[in-house]
Each structure stands twice: as C-alpha cells, then as structure tokens.
Design a protein around this ligand. Structure first.
Ligand code: EPZ
Length: 414
C-alpha cells in the first residue's frame, strides 16, 4: 500500500502557491458539455478527481486535453448520455452530470455517486428539484435514469442548502424554457464560480452566491474561456498546518475573499497575518490556543471540509476545544488515528472534545477519506518522530502536489 512518510516536530518556514479549486473545477467541467463547442479552463487543478471527470467526458464523446495548466474541452462531439459505473462510483461529482446531460440531450443515465465515507450522501434534493422542472426520474437499483422532452423553469425550494443539488439545478435551468428560482440555495464560493462560468458561456443568472438564485433560460450557450479561482480548502489546510507546527508560511494566490470564516478562527488560536495583494503570510506560535466551541455549517459558516484539518491542529493546542460537525454525519473518522499519535480526543454525538497535549508522537496511521488524510499529514508534521500515512491515494484526489507543497513549507516528507 502506498504511504507518505513525514518527519515531524519542526516549525513551518516557506511559501506555497495555491492550486485551482477542486470543488469549482468539477461542476464547471460538467457544465462545459452544455456548450456544443470549445471551452478552455485556466488554473485547473491536475488532481485525481479532475482526471476522472475528464475520462467521463471522453467516454461521453467529448475531446479533452491539457496545455500547461489549462484544460480544453471540445464538446460538439458529445454523443452519449450514459455514464459507466466504473467511473461514476469513483467520486461524488459525477452526479452533477445529471443536470448538464439533461440540459444538453434531455436524457441521462448515471450510477449512484461514490465519494468519501463521510456520510450517506443522498441525492433526494437533486431529484425532487429536477422533477419540479418537468424531468421524469426513475431510480433503479444501480442508477438514476432521467429524461425530459423539454425542461421547464420552476420555483424550487431546497430544505437544505445542498451544494450538489444547487449545482445540478443550475445546470438544468440555464437552457430550460422560462425562469427558475432556486430558494434556499447553497452560497459556497464554488457556486459563485459555477455561475460566473455559466455566464461566461452566455447564461442569464441573478443572485449567484445568495440564497435565492434566479436563472432565465436561454436558447443556447457559446464558447468560453475561464480562470478557476484558487482552492480555499487547500489554502485553509496549509494555514492549519502552520497553526499545528508553529512558524511562518506564505501562501501565494490564496483566495482571500473565500476564506473570511477561516481567518478569524486562526487569529483566535494565536496566529497573525500579513495580507498583501497576492500573498497571505501566517505567523503562528509554537503552540496555538484552543478553540472553545466551533460548529461547522453551510457557507458562510465554518466549512465542514476544514473540520478535520482544524481538529488535527487542536491536538497540541493549549486547553480544551469543542468541535461540532453539523453537515455530514460521519466526519470524525480520523479521531482514532489521532489518538494513536497521543491526542486526547473523545467524541460525544457530533462533537469532538480535544484536550490539547504538548507533544504528539509520530506513528503509522491510515487515511480513509480526502480531508481526513490531509489532516493526518498536519498532525504528523506537528508530531515528534516519523509517521507513515497509508491510504494517501485519497489525498491525491484533492491535492495536486501535497508532497511538493508541504516540502516547500519546510516539512520533511517523501
Ligand atoms: C460538496 O459535496 C463538496 N464536494 C464537499 O467537499 C463539501 O463537503 C460539501 O459540498 C459541503 O460543502 C464537491 O463539491 C465535489 P451537499 P455535496 O450536497 O454536494 C445532505 C471535499 O472534501 N444532502 O451540500 O455532496 C448530505 O447528506 C468534499 O472536497 C441531502 O440530504 O454536499 C450532507 O449531509 C467532501 N440530500 C449535506 O446535505 C441531498 O439531495 C451536505 O451535502 C443532497 C445532500
């Protein structure tokens, strides 16, 4: 089994350029098939999930290729609406092809999405919304079969601001007949990115990034070129590494406007920041302060994807922290791994209670999902001695170059 080996215990010192956003790139790749022409995406992260999405688009008949860190998609040759189970089960984002295939071809056959073990991850909100738009949805044992003779704009209310459901409804609405209102929409920066990309292709959208989004259907979309924003979760991961290890780190091209809920938490932990136009510098004490009581929530709340990296940083904090996970029902899988490193953590329902210790000990641990794997790298970097992180293929799903990035921050990793 592949593993990363980290020699921990040293403060951070270095700088890193932040990659393009995984959770913006994936729905944008799905959206690209709505245009019967050419799309060029700059600053697209070369991560495993993007490679999987490219394979799916090729399987559907698109031509796709890289020029540097720009990805071009030629979608005029799209000739299928069926996605293979092999690819679909590899990640969650395959489900957003439901909306874009319906928008383009009026049909879609998609196996149920895979994704991390962080929760059951149903798609009821996706399907209920699409049915409101006149889509016939059939759920078999294996897959979702959807078709429509003409998608109608509708007024849809999401009982939970699901990111994926908001994305699917946007993708179905941009070429629909009439206007669609998505009330209770997700407000994550990745939704704003998707809307900006759709507008670059000629879509007509109001209220992007707010909780009510209005989409006026258009007849067709056109070629577009788009630069994907940097990944706020990757940037946040490296800030948490600084909080865990102490020292100084400079982040180049960090998406500051998308990180407004993360910086105050880090300041409360004793970190300070220097903010320049294209660089965010964090300075952190050798041992950070605890976080008394924090809850994850849909944006603009504290991001659920930042919960594991923060948990890792709190293991050595001074004092006892309480971290409550409100978005996914099984997102504390790394607790036992952190305990193996000497962390004093216990979980009460959906709250992790962390009593900070002065030192963690390096040891062999196993990642079981993406952000938990990144969090184990943070804990290993702050621990004394050597750690091996098995299951590192989960980390490669979302981090373009975790080894190079952590090395450039002064962490001994291979
Ligand atoms: C997206 O997942 C992200 N993935 C996740 O990032 C992120 O954690 C999540 O949004 C929340 O911000 C991508 O963008 C590819 P949701 P998604 O639909 O769309 C429930 C990472 O590490 N729900 O907002 O699946 C669901 O069970 C990944 O990069 C329903 O009940 O998130 C969950 O509890 C992990 N019914 C909650 O909503 C539905 O129909 C949030 O799910 C849909 C969702």
């Amino acid at each position: 089994m592949e593993y990363l080996e980290i020699e921990g215990g040293k403060p951070l010192c270095g700088q890193v350029r932040i990659q393009g956003s995984k959770n913006a790139a994936l729905p944008i790749l799905s959206a690209a098939i709505l245009n019967r022409g050419r799309t060029v995406l700059h600053h697209c992260p070369r991560i495993q999930d993007v490679k999987e999405m490219c394979k799916i688009l090729s399987e559907l008949g698109c031509r796709i290729g890289w020029e540097g860190d720009s990805l071009w998609i030629q979608a005029d040759t799209l000739d299928s609406f069926v996605i293979s189970k092999y690819h679909a089960e590899k990640m969650r984002s395959s489900i957003t092809l439901l909306g874009s295939l319906l928008g383009r071809l009026g049909q879609a056959c998609i196996p149920y999405p895979g994704g991390c073990v962080i929760g059951e991850r149903p798609i009821d909100l996706h399907l209920k919304g699409l049915e409101k738009m006149g889509v016939q949805v059939k759920r078999t044992e294996e897959q979702v079969e959807a078709q429509s003779t003409g998608i109608q704009g509708a007024r849809i209310f999401l009982s939970f601001p699901s990111v994926g459901a908001t994305e699917n409804l946007l993708l179905a609405a941009v070429l629909a007949q009439g206007t669609t209102w998505i009330e209770g929409a997700a407000r994550e920066p990745e939704i704003l990115e998707l809307c900006r990309f759709l507008e670059a292709m000629g879509a007509c959208i109001e209220g992007a990034g707010e909780s009510c989004i209005r989409v006026m259907g258009v007849k067709e979309l056109h070629d577009a070129e788009y630069t994907i924003a940097s990944d706020r979760i990757v940037a946040g991961t490296y800030l948490m590494a600084a909080a865990a290890c102490g020292g100084e780190a400079a982040l180049l091209q960090a998406p500051l406007s998308h990180m407004q809920e993360i910086l105050p938490v880090l300041r409360g932990m004793g970190a300070s920041f220097t903010i320049e136009p294209d660089m965010l510098v964090i300075r952190a004490p050798e041992r950070c302060r605890r976080v008394e009581n924090l809850h994850t929530a849909p944006y603009p709340g504290f991001a659920t994807d930042m919960q594991s990296p923060l948990l890792a940083a709190l293991c050595r904090a001074e004092g006892t922290s309480r971290l409550t996970e409100n978005v996914f029902e099984a997102r504390f899988k790394i607790v036992e791994e952190l305990q193996a490193m000497g962390a004093q953590i216990h979980v009460e329902n959906n709250t992790a209670v962390v009593q900070g210790v002065s030192q963690l000990q390096g040891c062999n641990v196993e990642a079981k999902e993406l952000r938990g794997g990144a969090a184990l790298c943070i804990a290993a970097a702050s621990a004394r001695g050597t750690s091996r992180i098995y299951g590192c293929q989960y980390i490669f799903r979302g981090y373009e170059d975790i080894i190079g990035d952590l090395k450039s921050l002064g962490i001994v990793i291979q």
